[in-house]
Design a protein around this ligand. Structure first.
Ligand code: ATR
Length: 268
């Protein structure tokens, strides 16, 4: 047995991250001897941690909340997607020991939609929320050429900022009319604080696909609201696994099998 390849995920908090479980299964499947650890890192230690990790033999890191924005300060090279978003979820090292920041969330969502036969091209798509989660998927969805890509958010100021930031992607505010929404993506954390509700019911019907970026138990309230309109409901588990697979691919140049991942042992 040689040395294990050192990978990990950094966040604050980090206890509930499913990334270690996912990546260890990718490694087993492909026979790669890796060690993937969760690291609790606070903001004031972020830059030091990242630089020390890579200086001491670390091979790759995933980055989760609240570090997706600030981690790019520690990188030497930003992918074009990271330049666009101002946020990253994957760090790797090149042969010159430079740290490269990339973002796989958008790719993960698109891949999961394709696995689930959720159509985006030529469809009317509405994203709820204007925070980091929402922003990370907007360019990737826009590149699929939806008929219309709209965003709606509780606070209008944040919607306006987003419309400006992504004006080249033809992002629009919610158009209130009789045209049904084909795909509704929940990128808010609203269901964490109470029952989920959004004043859009006249544009939802049994053809609408509901997709939550949250997953597991955190999707219960969104699903229960969505169930009055449609049976086509998906949580963010598939996207979680797919974005992990794209990170894995950025480290090992191999896209792992995403269909046999078992997340049940982390279900607490
Ligand atoms: P993330 O990085 O997960 O996107 P965030 O940046 O804190 O987290 O964004 C959370 C999103 O959920 C925001 O769009 C927020 O709306 P505001 O911009 O108005 O704050 C939205 N959100 C959170 N709680 C909400 C609630 N109870 N009702 C509606 N939207 C809510």
């Amino acid at each position: 047995m040689g040395n294990k390849i050192k990978l990990g995920v950094i966040g604050d908090p980090i206890d509930h991250s499913l990334s270690p479980l996912i990546h260890s299964q990718f490694g087993e499947e492909l026979g790669i001897n890796l060690e993937y650890m969760p690291y609790h890192v606070v903001d004031s230690e972020l830059d030091n941690f990242i630089k020390n990790f890579f200086a001491n033999g670390g091979f790759g890191l995933n980055v989760t909340l609240p570090h997706k924005l600030n981690c790019i300060r520690s990188a030497d090279i930003l992918s074009s997607e990271v330049e666009l978003l101002g946020a990253a979820n994957t760090l790797s090292k090149n042969s010159n020991n430079q740290i490269i920041a990339s973002s796989t969330d958008g790719l993960g969502l698109i891949r999961d939609c394709s696995e689930k036969k959720i159509e985006i091209t030529n469809k009317r798509v509405l994203i709820l929320g204007a925070g980091g989660a929402s922003q990370s998927i907007i360019p990737a969805i826009a590149r699929m050429n939806p008929k219309m890509l709209m965003v709606d958010n509780r606070s209008i100021q944040k919607t306006e900022k987003l419309l400006e930031k992504f004006s080249s992607f033809e992002l629009q505010p919610l158009q209130r009319n009789n045209e049904p929404i084909d795909l509704l993506i929940n990128a808010t954390s609203a269901a964490l604080s109470g029952p989920f509700d959004w004043n859009i019911q006249q544009q939802l019907n049994e053809g609408t696909v509901f997709y939550d970026l949250n997953y597991g138990i955190a999707s219960a309230k969104f699903f229960s609201w969505a169930s009055q309109f449609s049976r086509k409901r998906f949580d963010g588990t598939g996207m979680l696994v797919a974005q992990a697979a794209f990170s894995f691919e950025s480290w090992f140049d191999t896209f792992p099998n995403i269909n046999n991942i078992n997340l049940s042992s982390a279900d607490d």
